[in-house]
Design a protein around this ligand. Structure first.
Ligand SMILES: Nc1ncnc2c1ncn2[C@@H]1O[C@H](COP(=O)(O)OP(=O)(O)OP(=O)(O)O)[C@@H](O)[C@H]1O
Length: 674
């Protein structure tokens, strides 16, 4: 067994005190049931037909245990003369495995159809685990009935994907001493069954995250598991996840747990573990397992809503936050008026993107108009400034809203895969599992919007190919001679200075002119004139999702005075953490995460730099990024900063003014990350 797992077992081992108490409580229940130590066990044995029905009902639990779990333990168990028992939630033995040394089935009673409850059999591992809902080891003399004092039982309940108790696994033996390793083993086996039930229920269509404090233990059964739908909503989790994160996870969004958004998860390479903070405090390694059947589903709202996007001439920006009905005129006279209720939940209405900053209001208006023209949009803005949120809002307020918005993070796809992901490939173009061919992301965006985020990260070869698509408006998949016409609205975004990238030969000039029809500079949060209103707005939105504390004028002042190097993303994170930590009615300073104050301190020691530049911490002239400095290449700067911040990806990303994906990409190249 790996050391880590053994250590975890020990940590979760019997706490003598509470174990004793649990046995005492069980004995007390037995007395209440009218048992005495000399009573004979009453197994209320089921008839054959009823047992067969039960076995049928529990087929998936039995198959998972038998085919997928036991083989892993066979070697260990066959050497320790014990018996494995699977019982249903009423304690009926469904099946047993292993050779008992302790007499005939009639003597020990661990046979199919026998019911092991406290009421009938007194204190015993199966019955007591079912009664308490927790794993337990019952030593020989801890059994209430003398008739059972020839064995040691270790049992652990099994919960299904809805967190309902569905059965119990037990390892029994006639050993004299309680065996800690057997107890650990049965807990491990029940976790393993639970994890496998989760995988078989969700693996096809959902994203699964496994997380652990240690990168080498990511595949162990002790890892927390979260199941996410495509919006990042947690639809299931294993018990370990709930214990480790110490909260009820159902229906929370992943961004309320880890400092990451679902779109980043969607584009994250499978083989590369992420290093993330949970609730702003605890660091975990996280492995992303994408659905085996990759389906890019169009949101359901399309089927229910008759929504037609407003015309570009329509007025926007007049309705105030919270207005249900937008005043925009519809494209066609007969088209229904759009309401914010017809927007997907994670889309911010256009007129709520600004709160009095004239610059932002103007650029929202311009971009909204341009959405209906054959002109590409290029957005420049610091990391976290809200570029993707802006694009989502534009798309869903345009005539393309009925088709897909395909968001591609160019930095998140490994260079060698960008081409095939974007342009698709013909059946048989590659050997291997994905040999069925792929339509590619550009064709998926046909008649919709293609959002190329972090376009500055696109490899040169792919840039040439993209240029051809934009010029000729057709896509040729890899390995094919066929061309497919495409009609896409292209929006690109970057936090790099593309003109400088052109000078240094990193970005094609001709592509730059193709993608930069309308150039938009999305201002950093600290530079926005509507900062206070924006903070209030975000606070209100978060409170709408989950009740939370008030924002006092003093707290608002503190938030307004912050340099926000991570922009809107950081603001959202700080508010979420603060609101989650606050039990009081008002948000107070001590609810806010530490890095919030680190930035304030950095600003106090170097106010100009923090105010005017992206990074708050990268003070080295040669390694700073930004238009005024001489920029070191990312392949040098990222490993340097990773070293400086002891491998902290979030701080490195913030200091370099790039996204976390970019940090992974360059950190990995230089082996600076695990
Ligand atoms: N206008 C907004 N209103 C409310 N929240 C916002 C807004 N803009 C951004 N946010 C918050 O900030 C987070 C980051 O925004 P977004 O992903 O759009 O940034 P970005 O500029 O695309 O970042 P990157 O360059 O790192 O990809 C969002 O998930 C959301 O929580």
């Amino acid at each position: 067994m790996p050391k880590e797992e053994q250590k975890q077992i020990n940590e979760h081992e019997l706490h003598t005190e509470s174990h004793k108490e649990r046995i005492q409580a069980s004995w007390y229940r037995c007395e209440q049931f009218g048992l005495d130590h000399t009573s004979q066990p009453d197994f209320a044995t089921l008839g054959k037909g009823t047992l067969n029905d039960l076995v049928d009902q529990h087929r998936s639990l039995l198959e998972t245990t038998e085919n997928e779990v036991l083989p892993y333990y066979e070697n260990i168990l066959s050497n320790s003369a014990c018996m494995i028992v699977l019982a249903d939630r009423q304690g009926h033995v469904l099946n047993t495995w292993g050779q008992p040394r302790f007499g005939s089935a009639a003597e020990h009673g661990l046979v199919g159809g026998n019911q092991w409850t406290e009421k009938g059999v007194g204190t015993n591992a199966i019955g007591t685990a079912l009664m308490t809902g927790e794993a337990i080891q019952v030593g020989r003399d801890e059994h209430y009935l003398r008739a059972n004092r020839f064995m040691v039982g270790s049992a652990s309940p099994i919960y299904n994907t809805k967190n309902d108790l569905v059965g119990v696994l037990d390892i029994s033996s006639d050993a004299y001493l309680p065996q800690d390793h057997t107890f650990g083993m049965v807990k491990l086996m029940s976790l393993s069954v639970e994890n496998r039930l989760i995988f078989s229920a969700f693996q096809q269509e959902y994203f699964i995250l496994s997380f652990n404090t240690n990168v080498v233990s990511l595949d162990s059964h002790w890892s927390g598991i979260l199941v996410l739908d495509e919006n990042g909503t947690i639809v299931s989790a294993n018990r370990r996840a709930e214990v480790v994160l110490a909260r009820d996870l159902a229906l929370l969004n992943i961004n309320q747990i880890f400092d990451i958004e679902m779109r980043e998860i969607k584009h994250h390479p499978v083989s590369l573990p992420l290093k993330l903070m949970a609730m702003g405090r605890y660091q975990f390694y996280v492995k992303v397992i994408p659905p085996t059947q990759q389906v890019m589903r169009v949101p359901d709202f399309r089927h229910h809503s008759e929504y037609v996007a407003p015309s570009p001439q329509s007025s926007i920006g007049t309705a105030k936050t919270g207005d249900a009905v937008k005043t925009s005129a519809p494209v066609k006279a007969s088209a229904p008026v759009k309401t914010s209720a017809s927007l997907p939940e994670n889309v911010i209405p256009l007129d709520e993107l600004h709160h009095g900053d004239e610059r932002v209001e103007r650029l929202v208006r311009q971009a909204h108009k341009i959405m209906e023209k054959d002109i590409p949009i290029l957005i420049h803005g610091e990391t976290g400034a809200g570029k993707e949120i802006f694009v989502r809002s534009l798309h869903y307020h345009s005539s393309r809203a009925k088709e897909m918005l395909v968001a591609v993070n160019c930095a998140a796809i490994p260079a060698e895969l960008v081409e095939s992901e974007l342009f698709g490939y013909e059946k048989g173009a590659f050997t291997g599992a994905q040999n069925r061919g792929s339509i590619g992301l550009i064709r998926r965006a046909h008649r919709g919007t293609l959002f190329l985020d972090e376009i500055g990260e696109m490899p040169m070869a792919v840039q040439s190919r993209l240029l051809r698509v934009l010029q000729e408006r057709v896509v040729t998949p890899l390995g094919s001679t066929e061309t497919y016409p495409v009609d896409i609205k292209l929006i690109s975004a970057t936090n790099r200075h593309l003109k400088e990238e052109i000078k240094s030969g990193q970005f094609r000039q001709d592509l730059y002119y193709r993608i930069s029809g309308l150039n938009i500079e999305l201002p950093a949060l600290r530079k926005r004139a509507d900062k206070a209103a924006l903070i209030r707005y975000l606070h209100k939105r978060l409170r709408f999702e989950e009740p939370g504390p008030d924002l006092s004028p003093k707290m608002l002042d503190l938030l307004v005075s912050h340099p926000w190097p991570g922009n809107m993303r950081q603001l959202a994170h700080v508010l979420k953490v603060g609101m989650a930590m606050a039990d009081e009615e008002v948000l107070e300073e001590w609810h806010l995460p530490d890095d919030f104050f680190d930035d304030l301190e950095a600003m106090a020691s170097s106010p100009e730099q923090t105010q005017d530049r992206i990074p708050s911490t990268a003070t080295e002239a040669t390694l700073g990024r930004g238009s005024e400095g001489v920029e070191a290449p990312l392949e040098e700067m990222i490993p340097y900063l990773l070293g400086k911040f002891k491998g902290n990806v979030t701080q490195t990303a913030k200091a370099a003014g790039v996204s976390r994906n970019t940090v992974y990409k360059y950190g990995k190249l230089k082996n600076t990350l695990n």
